[in-house]
Design a protein around this ligand. Structure first.
Ligand code: GRF
Length: 215
């Protein structure tokens, strides 16, 4: 068996709710062979007009709009069936704006990753984070964290890729990057700079969790 044949191709599902620029970064990294032995096998959105769906279709990747119009358990049952059908190994939440039940999360141990636009601790726990320059900043979980970083008056924020656990934005860190806040930053300018960093970070996360390694 050749080396390549012995490697396992990881089949990833990327879940989006909006622009999907991080999905784009992953698709580009696969097409340029920066990421190997990885395939985006499915893209799912809970929003019909998510640009991410169109990005997937442009790259000939199956894309599914799954309206959130049933109970959470019903939507999760449909998602689980689709993941099984597409033989998904790894689930990447990249701008996905819905919360899953603990039972659903527990069915994918160490197989569900989330990208969060703020700094989270190594073990996901605690309410403060010490940045590389020694400043202590609050840990921001949940929604609107870019705006909340500005409101908190901190000088450093960033982004974290972490494993999803039932507690929101509190799972073990996979990789993280800091972003300096500039005096004249608005939520939009800061989020744009965070996204530039995230486009590399999400690729790094997939390398860390194991290109071609069976999970
Ligand atoms: C990213 O900033 C991510 O951290 C957050 O939502 C944003 C998604 O951006 N969870 P995009 O849809 O990938 O452009």
């Amino acid at each position: 068996m050749s080396d390549d044949a012995s490697k396992v191709t990881r089949r990833i599902a990327v879940l989006v709710s909006g622009s999907g620029s991080n999905l784009q970064a992953l698709m580009d990294a696969i097409e340029s062979h920066e990421l190997s032995n990885v395939e985006i096998a499915l893209v799912v959105s809970n929003k019909a007009n998510a640009v991410g769906l169109q990005r997937a279709l442009t790259h000939k990747i199956p894309a599914l709009y799954l309206p959130w119009s049933w109970t959470r358990q019903e939507v999760e049952a449909k998602l689980a069936a689709v993941f099984a059908l597409f033989q998904i190994d790894l689930i990447v939440l990249a701008g996905w704006m819905r919360i899953f039940t603990p039972d659903f999360i527990a069915s994918y141990p160490n197989r569900m990753l989330n990208l969060h636009p703020a700094l989270l601790p190594d073990d996901g726990q605690g309410n403060t984070f010490t940045t590389s320059n020694g400043s202590v900043v609050p840990v921001l979980r949940g929604l609107h964290v870019v705006k909340r970083a500005l409101e908190a008056g901190v000088k450093v924020t960033g982004s974290t890729v972490h494993y999803v656990t039932p507690e929101v934005d509190a799972g073990p860190m996979i990789c993280r990057a800091e972003v300096l806040i500039e005096d004249n930053d608005t939520e939009e300018t800061l989020h744009e700079r965070i996204k530039q960093v995230e486009h590399k970070l999400i690729v790094e996360a997939i390398k860390i969790v194991g290109e071609g390694r069976k999970i």
